[in-house]
Design a protein around this ligand. Sequence first.
Ligand SMILES: [Zn+2]
Length: 236
Amino acid sequence: MIACREILKKLLSISVLVGVIQSPALATEITPDVALARLKAGNKRYVQGKSAQLRIDALRRAETAQNGQKPIATVLGCSDARVPVELIFDQGFADVFVIRVAGNVCGTAELASAEYGCKYLNTPLLVVLGHSSCGAVDGAVSGGQLRGSIPQLIEMIQPAVDKARKEHGKASKEVLLNAAIQENVFNTMSCLLKKGPGLAALVKEGKLKVVGAVRNLHSGEITWLGTHPQQDKFIR
Ligand SMILES: [Zn+2]
């Protein structure tokens, strides 16, 4: 029994070492494509019910508290409780710098947070993450009386809805909503690149990739939208 415990202890210490060696390491050491591949692989594990969840334990907590955060990606996603970013990408503590706001819009605070993640924490990847059945985008599609500060949020989403309506005017509500969700992701991407000259410069230097994505609430899968179709115009 004692021998078994010793073997177990040794195995644990080896796995800890391996975990440290295989950790995302310094964000500056990985390319945008490697970071993207890690998120894609993480989502695949999550969808298949094979999440590793190894990097949320006390050891990882202590490691990150002492050594700081070195995330591999910055993700700007929606506040919707069904889209917990770290879980859907199967990432642990300090692996992803997450910005969440209803409708994944791009206001001053979101832009500044994205700049912090990409410029100061050196994440080589910035993902704008929308999701199906987004209530904030649905609010803009449906219209109606909204109170408090919510109309100001809806205003930020409205251009995406207007464009979707122009292109899919006679389509069903579902098609219109999905088109608006995708367009809203692209609008946030263009806002980040146009209003964040530091981000555009990083993209131009090849140090940063900005990609869009939409998560399906039913399957959990991510549809990757790639870079903004007009990115070249924004980074000149
Ligand atoms: Zn949402």
